[in-house]
Structure formats: structure tokens, C-alpha cells
Design a protein around this ligand. Structure first.
Ligand code: 9MJ
Length: 664
């Protein structure tokens, strides 16, 4: 149907007016019209669009009600990773963070307790929204994010960047949270433990109609990709721009100077915590000067220019029903109190750690005691102290075992260490299980489907005694296990096969050297370039590497002194575990510096993260979505809309084997 100019102008005007009212209502908190007037305008637009469906634009306020249900969330690779923040739990830790930043200006912000999300605007239009996920890859929640009224579908003003990624937090205001739970209870539906869970559950909803019914909100606090506009030099000025562009920012942020300014802000916000309309779990201090931020850079996965100062842990009182000893991956014995279930900061807690033997003795925790437990943020709940007045008369001191409760081997304690350990090594089923779980985990060998329950059965049935046994498992052996069938057995075998092609860094991380996490494993892989060179190293050489101290160096050397570990590594290599030697030293090859790649669909010989890292190592830019700037699309299995778009734009398209042949 042909739509007259007049009608088109009328619709455009209505869209604009409604979007403006949304802005004043949701962002500025200063409505310009009554609810009744707003509803009338909205109805008028809906009626027009119903009559002329071609009038509906992506940024029409009518499009917030929720699109068709999704089957599952698609993956979104963040072109600039969404990093997490380091925490400070007391003022000393804030002092440590700022020790070289005397009199520096900080932007102090509230730390919202919700779900981190990245919004991408292209030419002012909201084109995608993704959850943080693991920081590198998140879930595509665009349809759901569009139902959140404070999130503009189109940026305001004229001079916004061609591409803008805004990072912020989706959360549920406390009042709505209570209402939602009352509604859920009345309908016999799931009760959410806290506003954060409610926000996450509502945003990560396959039916965006359900999200649309949930009163979610959003605050911006950072930017990712920005193209086409030069940002100001201060973080606080970026904030002002975001607000001008129509994005909601919290007005409780403040510029402060030095640690003293930070701590004053912290105290002031802590006093107001209960009165805020939403949950916060602390405050965040960010170096305001963006050039200084850049200079400070990152440690591992968190910026050195910001820190989250967490509020004191939230506490509760309950009884200890039992005390168990858990045996960890490196044999560490951890006493754990089994509790009468109790709510702490919105979460039901049934276990709390007692840390170690000394802590137990110091606190004198006994079965039957009434204790104060604490749960700080995502940290494992811990027993803080015993309420001695409530101790039953017949209570008995807890005796720490001298033998491992799992394998019976002697418990040993190295002088100067707080931790008691089982001396059984991988002969101890508990240690073997943890080691295997770690080996198979996503950031290690990434053996899809080899979950905790399966690992436990493999060890308990004696099918796996050492790491290499995993790769000799047969279909029949796997299919005979509980909760396994023929198909899942085949999948595990395929996943094991796939895991054989890995990276040196992952392999070093996977073999489980004490205190060698992902970041140290990366450093070691880059420095040594081969497992043989790492095995042959000594303490002195290790200590000369930045970020490796004497303790980690000692653990590494001790690990490779044990023949059992060397045998494990040799057997794993013999069975086909391999990595490309190219990864060995940081590449100086910049041959792809002019290229902009997009990876889509699933790859079979490597993960997308690995492919991205390799391309970036060769100087290429790897982005998230296809645009005119994209020079090459790598289409894996089941590539979808990105492939279609690349075809439409006439962009070079290659498959995985081309990628390997041409570039790796
Ligand atoms: C929260 N959660 O409120 C950041 N955050 O900045 C604030 N998180 C952040 N900033 C950079 N206010 C990474 C994370």
C-alpha cells in the first residue's frame, strides 16, 4: 500500500515525541506529560502502524513489546573484551590499589548488582545487545534488551559515533523485585532469590514477551568500540556524552581526589545503601584521565586503573550440623561446615568453608555450634565466629584427621604453610577427580561433555587412573556408565579427539601445576615456546620472568622434578596432543594489519577464540558484525545472517580450511 507523505510525517513525529517522553521519564526522571497523555500518543502510533505496517521502523517505541520466541541465544564475540574488576574488601586494599596514584582524580561510581550487558549502536540505531558471558563471548539478547524502556532504540542528538558499544548493568529495582516475587508466588512460579537473579532470569529469557513484562532497568558505565567520533580525555566527560546521547547514567557518580576522596564517597554511599531503589554491592573507583588509564593497562583480565570497593559481607546466624573434610586438586584439605539452610544476601546457604586447620582451631568450631556465617558477593560463604553462649554442653572439639578421609594416605603439612595436604597424589581418588575436572575444563583442554558426574564415575570405576587413560576410553566403556548412551559416548570420544589440537598455554594450564593459572600459563608459553624448554628450566630463569615470583617458580620446578608428571606429559604427547609451534613466541608478523575479519558459525578444528587470537597475532582486526569495513568473513558450520549479509555486501567469504591454509 502506498503511504502518503503526510502519514509518514505523522508517524515519524509520533515516534520522536514518544521517544522524547521516554527519555524524560526513564532517563532524566522528570516526565513532561501525564501517563494518560503518554498512553494516548502511544495508542495513536500503534493504530497508525496497524493500518500501515510498512511504517514500522526498528526504532519505533512500539517495537519494545517483545519479538518472537528464540530457540536459544546466539553467541556474540565481544570485539573489545568485557573485563571484570578487581575487588577491594577493605580500605587497606584500596590504599594498595592507589599507592602510586597519589592525588589522582577518580570517578567514583555505584557498583550495580545486576547483569553486565554490551549495547551496540550503528548509525545511532540499537543493533545488538549481548550479555558479558565469559568476557569474550556473550549471548545475543537483543530482542529482550529492546523491551527495556530506559534503553534507547535510537541515540539522541546528531553527533553520536557511527559505531558505539556501551557497557552497563541491567538490573531490577528492589520494589519491582518484591512485586514480581509476590506475583510469581501467587501463580505458583519460581521465586527469585534476589534482584540480581531476577534481572538475569528476566533478560536471559527465550520469550522476549516475558522480559517485556519484567520491569528491568539499565545504567551505562563504560564504552567498548567507538568509531567515527573522538572521545573526550576524561571518563567523566564520556559519561556526560552518554547522557546527551540518551543513555541512562547514574547521577550518584562523583569526581573525587586520591584515596581519601574515594573512601569518603564509599562511606557516604554505604550510609545510603538501604535507601537506594536498587541493590548495589559496593562502589567503583576509576582513574578519570583516559590517557593515564591506557598507561596503567591491565593485569590478567582486570584493569589496573579501576577497582571495586565491596561493601562488608552480609552475615547470618545458623547451626553447624556436621563438619566434613574436602580434598582439593592439589590435595589441600579444607574443612567445610554443613549448615542448617539459611538465607544470606538473598541466597540459601547450606555449606560454609572453615578454610583450614589453623582457622578451625582458632575459631574452635564444633558440630552443634551456632555460628555467624558471611557471604561477600560471589565469594564462598565462610564461618566467621562461634556464638559460644549457645554452645551445647556435650560438644566436642573437632579433631583434624591425620589420614586423608578419601584415600587414607598420611596428611602432611609443610612448615610455614597453613594448608594440610593428603600425600596420596593422583592415587587419591579425590585429587584425581579434581585434576581430571580441571584438565577437561573449558579454559584448559575444553573437553565438551566431560562433566563432573562423568569424571567421578571414570575414577570410581578405575577406568581412568592417569590423564592419558582418558584418550584410550572406548565407546563401550563410556556407554556403560550411568546417564550415558551410545550417542553421548560417541560425542565424548569426538570431543576428546577434538581436544587433542590445543595451544601450549592451555596445555600448561591443564596439567595443573600449583598456582599456575591461565595468565601464568600464557606467560610461560610465550616465554619458553615449547614444553621441553619449560621442563628444562630452573628457578632462577623462572624468577627472571615478569610476574613469576619465587613461590610459583618453586612449584613449577617441583612439578617437573616428579617423574610421574613427566611421564604424563610424554604419554599425552604420544597419544596425539599437539599445538601449533607458531604460538611459541609472540608474533612479529603483521601481514594482516589491513584486514578486518568476522568469524561466524562453528569451527571444528579450533575455537573461535583461538582463531581470533591467531588472526590478531598477525595484525588483523576481528570484529563482531559484518559491515562495509569487513574485508573477510570466515564462515563455519551453520553460519547464518552474517553470511547472508556478507554475501549481500560482496565481501570475501572463506571457510575454516581456507583460513588455516591461507593464514595459519
Ligand atoms: C558496575 N557493576 O556497576 C563497571 N560497574 O567498568 C561499574 N562495573 C566496570 N563500572 C569497567 N560501575 C568494567 C566494569
Amino acid at each position: 500500500m502506498k503511504i502518503s507523505k503526510k502519514i509518514q510525517t505523522q508517524a515519524a513525529k509520533l515516534r520522536h515525541t514518544i521517544n522524547e517522553h521516554n527519555y524524560f521519564y526513564y532517563v532524566v526522571d522528570d516526565p513532561r506529560v501525564s501517563d494518560g497523555e503518554y498512553d494516548l500518543l502511544f495508542r495513536e502510533l500503534q493504530d497508525l502502524e496497524a493500518k500501515y505496517p510498512d511504517l514500522v521502523t526498528a526504532d519505533s517505541p512500539s517495537q519494545r513489546v517483545g519479538a518472537i520466541p528464540l530457540d536459544a541465544f546466539a553467541e556474540v564475540v565481544h570485539s573489545v573484551p568485557m573485563l571484570s574488576l578487581n575487588n577491594a574488601f577493605n580500605s587497606q586494599e584500596v590504599e594498595d590499589f592507589a599507592k602510586d596514584l597519589a592525588n589522582v582524580e577518580f570517578f567514583a561510581e555505584l557498583k550495580f548488582d545486576g547483569l553486565a550487558v554490551s549495547l551496540r549502536y550503528e548509525d545511532g540505531l540499537l543493533v545488538s545487545a549481548a550479555t558479558r558471558g565469559d568476557g569474550y563471548t556473550g549471548e545475543d539478547v537483543t530482542a529482550n534488551a529492546k523491551t527495556i524502556k530506559v534503553i534507547p532504540l535510537r541515540l539522541r542528538g546528531g553527533n553520536y559515533p557511527a559505531v558505539l558499544e556501551v557497557r552497563g548493568e541491567v538490573f531490577m529495582p528492589k520494589a519491582y523485585f518484591d512485586q514480581l516475587n509476590q506475583k510469581q508466588a501467587a501463580r505458583g512460579e519460581k521465586i527469585f532469590a534476589n534482584p540480581r537473579n531476577a534481572a538475569a532470569g528476566s533478560l536471559r529469557q527465550l520469550k522476549s514477551r516475558v522480559t517485556a513484562e519484567r520491569p528491568l532497568s539499565f545504567f551505562s558505565y563504560a564504552v567498548g568500540v567507538v568509531e567515527g567520533v573522538e572521545l573526550p580525555k576524561r571518563h567523566s566527560d564520556v559519561f556526560e556524552l552518554l547522557q546527551l546521547w540518551g543513555l541512562p547514567v547514574s547521577l550518584d557518580s562523583q569526581l573525587v581526589t586520591g584515596v581519601a576522596g574515594c573512601l569518603k564517597y564509599y562511606e557516604a554511599i554505604l550510609k545510603r545503601r538501604e535507601d537506594l531503589a536498587f541493590d548495589i554491592d559496593g562502589v567503583v573507583y576509576k582513574v578519570n584521565d583516559l590517557a593515564l588509564q591506557k598507561q596503567l593497562g591491565f593485569v590478567s583480565r582486570a584493569p589496573r586503573w579501576a577497582i571495586a570497593h565491596k561493601f562488608p559481607a552480609q552475615e547470618a546466624i545458623t547451626e553447624v550440623n556436621d563438619i566434613d573434610i574436602q580434598v582439593g586438586r592439589t590435595g589441600a584439605l579444607t574443612p567445610v561446615a554443613r549448615l542448617n539452610p539459611v538465607q544470606v544476601a538473598g541466597v540459601v546457604v547450606t555449606n560454609a568453608t572453615l578454610h583450614n586447620q589453623d582457622e578451625m582451631r582458632r575459631k574452635d568450631v564444633r558440630v552443634g555450634d551456632t555460628v555467624v556465617i558471611s557471604r561477600a558477593g560471589d565469594v564462598i560463604p565462610a564461618v566467621m565466629r562461634v556464638i559460644f553462649e549457645k554452645r551445647p554442653q556435650e560438644s566436642q572439639e573437632f579433631v583434624f584427621p591425620k589420614q586423608c578421609p578419601v584415600c587414607g594416605a598420611d596428611v602432611v603439612r609443610v612448615a610455614g604453610e597453613a594448608v594440610a595436604r593428603c600425600s596420596g597424589g593422583l592415587f587419591c581418588a579425590a585429587q584425581a577427580k579434581q585434576a581430571l575436572k580441571h584438565f577437561a575444563s573449558r579454559r584448559a583442554m575444553d573437553i565438551d561433555g566431560l562433566g563432573d558426574k562423568l569424571v567421578e564415575q571414570l575414577i570410581d570405576k578405575g577406568l581412568v587412573k592417569k590423564l592419558v587413560d582418558l584418550y584410550n576410553l572406548t565407546n563401550e566403556q563410556l556407554a556403560s556408565l550411568e546417564r550415558m548412551g551410545k550417542k553421548s559416548a560417541q560425542n565424548i570420544i569426538a570431543a576428546l579427539e577434538k581436544s587433542k589440537s590445543t595451544t601450549l598455554a592451555r596445555f600448561i594450564y591443564a596439567i595443573g601445576i600449583r598456582e599456575v593459572g591461565e595468565s601464568t600459563a600464557n606467560t610461560l608459553a610465550k616465554h619458553f615456546g615449547s614444553i621441553e624448554a619449560l621442563i628444562a628450566t630452573n628457578k632462577q630463569e623462572l624468577q627472571n620472568i615478569q610476574d613469576i615470583g619465587p613461590i610459583v617458580a618453586e612449584h613449577i620446578v617441583t612439578f617437573f622434578q616428579q617423574t610421574e608428571n613427566i611421564n604424563n606429559i610424554e604419554e599425552l604427547q604420544a597419544i596425539g596432543i599437539n599445538w601449533s609451534p607458531q604460538e611459541a613466541n609472540a608474533s612479529t608478523d603483521n601481514s594482516l594489519s589491513e584486514e578486518v575479519f568476522v568469524l561466524t558459525g562453528s569451527l571444528s578444528q579450533m575455537t573461535r577464540e583461538e582463531a581470533k587470537a591467531k588472526l590478531e597475532n598477525l595484525g588483523a582486526k576481528v570484529t563482531n558484525s559484518v559491515s562495509k569495513k569487513t574485508t573477510c568473513l570466515v564462515a563455519g558450520e551453520k553460519a547464518g545472517s552474517k553470511l547472508t549479509k556478507a554475501e549481500a555486501l560482496g565481501i570475501k567469504i572463506i571457510n575454516e580450511s581456507d583460513l588455516i591454509k591461507l593464514y595459519f
